[in-house]
Write a protein that binds this ligand. Sequence first.
Ligand SMILES: Cc1cc2nc3c(=O)[nH]c(=O)nc-3n(C[C@H](O)[C@H](O)[C@H](O)COP(=O)(O)OP(=O)(O)OC[C@H]3O[C@@H](n4cnc5c(N)ncnc54)[C@H](O)[C@@H]3O)c2cc1C
Length: 65
Amino acid sequence: MTKKGEDLKLEPVNQVIVAVGVTPRSTLKDMLAKKSIRHFIIGDAAAPRRIIEATTEGAKAAWEI
Ligand SMILES: Cc1cc2nc3c(=O)[nH]c(=O)nc-3n(C[C@H](O)[C@H](O)[C@H](O)COP(=O)(O)OP(=O)(O)OC[C@H]3O[C@@H](n4cnc5c(N)ncnc54)[C@H](O)[C@@H]3O)c2cc1C
């Protein structure tokens, strides 16, 4: 990550959760699938719907971790 123009390396990390963006981008999903890295696509990233679907899927994914 970059903070105030300085590159920082955060480690060690066990999991990275990405919950950003308005338009879903599948490049990360494709890379994770290709490398067989377990991941969850939830909420509007999977398909635009309602808050209840996003929070339900988030909770289910959290319980799966
Ligand atoms: C105008 C509108 C009205 C809606 N009204 C309703 C409603 O009445 N009832 C209902 O159930 N649903 C409603 N929805 C749908 C609901 O908002 C979504 O289904 C829900 O918010 C999806 O949650 P999410 O966590 O998947 O995505 P989001 O809530 O979109 O969460 C993504 C988060 O990532 C952040 N983000 C984006 N880019 C970056 C970045 N580069 N770095 C860091 N953070 C970033 C965003 O700021 C946001 O906080 C509405 C949607 C819209 C657009």
